[in-house]
Ligand binder design. Structure first.
Ligand code: G2I
Length: 456
């Protein structure tokens, strides 16, 4: 544990000699002027995503891939943070029935059994989808295809009967764009519009205990596609076709940001008498803007009583289906990102998580023409913590030129560093430590934004 002493500034190797000389002359004055800023940000976030969501009556899940479960950090992050899983590919038609009537459940079973042994929910994804569909399905004639579709639903749902919270019975059956039309697929083209209803009726007959969802993307705000899905769900509810939930995939990026009417759109579906779920959430970006988008999604779900849970589409950026967009809550080294803090904070944190708490307090310790030094003091709450992270955001064109007593990782914008201890991060109850950094202002003297301290 090292406290940064202002007296040590002139000895720091990171500063140019002229700066060190200037600092040694003005240190006393600087100290008099230095501002101490206690963080006025959101309440400190403690606990885990699953615990915090549970306290709000929701689940917080992630897509998982069976072939990553043997990686220790993947498994420990999954187990520590999430209380629901969705097999990312293992329950798709090509994974389970690549040859007609020959069912292979091994990878999906691995995920389902593991999750259930840890008390996690499982979302089933997905029974009827045009993609990841083995070639033999498309080659069938109409009657045979109908038999094959119903048989696939029946076999798979029977195998998992009683183990699945919600099934994505039909996935992505509508076209993008303004037509509001159905997407071409073997099911649509040969069985016609009635295939969705038939799939849901078959599914209900197999496992009456599972919630049956229709799941799609680009339906997150009100648009022609979501209007078409809305009309279908309304019709199903009026005619008694069994549907319990609608999944909103919520794959967002700068071309497809969180819609401003996201909450209203979730609400209008809920008002039809179905649950709504955010099923494949990921938001490309980094730092505070990504964090803000995640926060808005969580807030939208919390504002809709029938929004029963949120699933992010992967544990870590490094295994995301669009990894280069760094769309998830943990970076490639399993560090919590600002987006993680934002989600946990939006969920209200949790005092029951078992990990302690910490606070981060910013002090400007020195300033000179063209730069300043900042110091962040981390203080453990009423119980000991084994480690901590604190995000610090500077404003472009500012640049952090040096850090000490902390280990930073940078987001792609270069404006956000997430700092963790450079050595052992243990702090006894009420104990503190500090890290420091130098900012070259490049003309902008804004105070860095120091986010909430996350204890672990
Ligand atoms: O595309 C993102 C998602 C859109 N909604 C439905 C989801 O099921 C879909 O998930 C993605 C998976 O994240 C990818 O991992 O679905 C893709 C396939 O459409 C998955 O990609 C596939 C690759 O295309 C295959 O080459 C690969 O063999 O993953 C397979 C298994 O790793």
């Amino acid at each position: 544990m090292v406290q940064i002493s202002p007296d040590g500034i002139s000895a720091r190797p990171h500063l140019p000699a002229c700066t060190r000389r200037a600092l040694s002359l003005v240190t006393a004055g600087v100290l008099a002027l230095a501002g101490v800023v206690s963080l006025a940000g959101p309440a400190e976030a403690v606990g885990t995503l699953g615990n915090a969501a549970a306290a709000k009556g929701r689940y917080f899940g992630t897509a998982v891939a069976a072939h990553h479960l043997g990686e220790a950090q993947y498994a420990s992050t999954l187990d520590a943070q999430f209380d629901s899983v969705t097999p990312e590919n293992e329950m798709k038609w090509d994974a389970i029935e690549s040859t007609r009537n020959s069912f292979n459940y091994s990878s999906a079973d691995q995920i389902v059994n593991r999750a259930r042994s840890k008390g996690m929910k499982v979302r089933g994804h997905t029974l009827v989808w045009h993609s990841q569909l083995p070639g033999w399905v498309g080659g069938l004639g109409t009657a045979d295809l109908r038999t094959a579709m119903n048989n696939h639903i029946t076999q798979v749902m029977t195998h998992y009967k009683g183990k699945i919270d919600s099934w994505d019975v039909v996935n992505e059956a509508y076209q993008d764009g303004s037509s509001g039309a159905r997407r071409s697929s073997p099911f649509q083209d040969k069985l016609g519009n009635g295939f969705i209803e038939e799939a849901f009726r078959t599914a209900r007959a197999v496992d009456a205990g599972a919630k049956l969802c229709y799941n799609d993307y680009n339906t997150d705000g009100q648009n022609a596609k979501s209007n078409a899905v809305y009309a279908m769900v309304k019709d199903f509810k009026q005619r008694g076709v069994p549907i319990d939930c609608v999944g909103f995939q919520s794959h967002f990026n700068s071309n497809s940001p969180v819609p401003s009417d996201y909450r209203a759109n979730l609400q209008r579906f809920a008002d039809l008498g179905v649950d709504v779920q955010i099923t494949e959430l990921d938001i490309e970006g980094s730092g505070s803007s990504q964090a803000a988008s995640y926060s808005s999604v969580v807030n939208a779900c919390l504002a809709v009583t029938r929004c029963t849970g949120i699933t992010v589409w992967g544990v870590t950026d490094k295994y995301s289906w669009r990894s280069s967009g760094t769309p998830l809550l943990f970076d490639g080294n399993y560090n919590k990102k600002p987006a993680y803090d934002a989600v946990l904070t939006a969920l209200g944190g949790s005092t029951g998580g078992g990990s302690g708490s910490c606070t981060a307090t910013y002090t400007q310790t020195a300033t000179w023409n063209g730069g300043f030094n900042g110091q962040v003091t981390i203080k453990a709450g009423g119980s000991a913590i084994s480690s901590w992270t604190v995000p610090v955001t500077v404003t472009s064109p500012q640049k952090v030129s040096a850090t000490w007593n902390g280990s930073p990782t940078w987001d792609t914008s270069g404006n956000v560093m997430t700092v963790k201890p450079s050595g052992n991060g243990y702090l006894a109850a009420g104990a503190s430590t500090s890290f420091g950094f130098t900012v070259n202002t490049n003309g902008n003297t804004s105070t860095p934004a120091v986010g909430s301290c996350t204890a672990s």
